[in-house]
Design a protein around this ligand. Structure first.
Ligand SMILES: Nc1nc2c(ncn2[C@@H]2O[C@H](COP(=O)(O)OP(=O)(O)OP(=O)(O)O)[C@@H](O)[C@H]2O)c(=O)[nH]1
Ligand SMILES: [Zn+2]
Length: 368
């Protein structure tokens, strides 16, 4: 597995030049364990690494900290030493979510990804507002947006077709296709985007078919390990780690829970936005903590009574906070699962991280 297989290119190489003489090596981050990172090196070797105090302190916001997909300069430790990220290379693309105006609240989901595949369907998942959100994020990231209207086998052709057209009408920048991941139909279009060194990632609601798609891309002959076949002595198709798969025909698939989480953020914003008109009415309620029930001076109630605001829409507005809370709960649960796993794996390291950075500072001050 060469560095190019992992997405390395001339621009990264040029930026890396000064680090070569320090003895550092390029590595791509494939996993964020909060305290440590999973990094892939040339040859497909995977290391658990930490960031240097300098990298941590130089970052002016969370968004500048190393993230999944980043290329870094790695100071590989000896047997009992940690491997340390000394620098992060500039990002060529950056798929992130950001609250308006607050740069510190930007959260990077995947760096250096050229194509973001959004999976949806023509049925219950179909939601142009959410799709618009995705497009906004993807456009800002500088990646190419590709949409799959999946599960085509479940819906009539004209429904699939109109879903496709409606999505296409939102932006000319995206390519939209009808697919059935389960039946392996229409997926060959993805080959157009897959080339050696090109990183893609997949987003979309839970249950829409992302894993099914990944499995189809990997195909029967794909192996999930880089083990050497004991009988033939030959290496199998190397697909490296679960989070970063190098596809045989070229292309790097980056898939992890952090990236999949974007759907929940997107849903919350979409949900809130879709009630923006009612929020405006609510702003005219007498009390700012109005529950819009029997409260005195409630503008919402007046609007419902006058027929200006349809009753069922009022009801779903009342459920809004509940729904947002549900989304948050799901997001927390997912995050906890990821963190629990990370904690279990890295308990000792976590405890010692602060000590270790201190220790390193004392041992090798010139590097800080
Ligand atoms: N009929 C049909 N079913 C599909 C298709 N793609 C996926 N499915 C089914 O939908 C279900 C969910 O698919 P997954 O691939 O696990 O969905 P996912 O997007 O990975 O879901 P999360 O892991 O929760 O994010 C499975 O039972 C799949 O077999 C399709 O094209 N057609
Ligand atoms: Zn009110």
């Amino acid at each position: 597995m060469t560095l190019e297989d992992l997405g390395w290119n001339d621009a990264f190489a040029a930026e890396f030049k000064p680090f070569i003489k320090k003895g550092w090596v390029p590595a791509r981050l494939i996993r964020d364990n909060k305290i440590t990172y999973g990094a892939l090196l040339e040859g497909g070797k995977e290391l658990e690494v930490i960031m240097s105090g300098k990298v941590y302190h130089d970052a002016e916001s969370d968004a500048e900290l190393p993230a999944v997909g980043d290329w870094v300069a790695l100071d590989v430790g000896g047997d009992d030493e940690d491997s340390v990220i000394r620098a992060r290379l500039s990002r060529q693309t950056c798929f992130s979510r950001k609250l308006p105006g607050k740069s510190s609240e930007e959260q990077v989901m995947a760096a250096n990804v050229s194509v973001v595949v959004v999976v949806t369907d023509a049925g219950s998942d179909f939601n142009p507002r959410r799709m618009e959100r995705y497009f906004m994020l993807i456009e800002r990231s500088k990646a190419k947006a590709v949409v799959l209207v999946n599960k085509s086998d479940l819906f009539p052709d004209d429904l699939n077709q109109s879903a496709k057209e409606e999505i296409q009408a939102l932006t000319a920048e995206a390519d939209v296709y009808i697919t059935s991941a389960a039946k392996n139909e229409g997926l060959e279009v993805l080959k157009k985007y897959l080339a050696p060194g090109v990183s893609i990632t997949i987003v979309g609601s839970s249950g829409v078919g992302k894993s099914t798609l990944v499995n189809q891309l990997l195909g029967d002959e794909w192996q999930w390990t880089s083990e050497v076949n004991e009988l033939t002595g030959k290496g199998r198709h190397t697909t490296t780690a679960r989070e970063l798969l190098v596809l045989e025909e070229g292309g790097i698939l980056i898939d992890n829970p952090g990236i999949r989480e974007v759907q929940m953020w997107t849903d919350e914003t979409t949900l809130r936005e879709s009630f923006a008109d009612i929020d405006e009415i609510a702003a005219q309620c007498k009390f700012h903590d109005c529950k819009h029930g029997t409260d005195k001076g409630c503008a919402i109630r007046v609007a419902v009574e006058s027929g200006e605001l349809p009753h069922d829409r009022y009801e779903s507005y009342l459920k809004l906070e509940d729904e947002v809370a549900q989304l948050k709960k799901r997001r927390e649960k997912r995050k906890m699962n990821v963190e629990r796993r990370a904690k279990r794996d890295h308990k000792v390291k976590a405890r010692n991280l602060a000590d270790r950075i201190d220790y390193e500072k004392r041992q090798r001050p010139e590097r800080y």
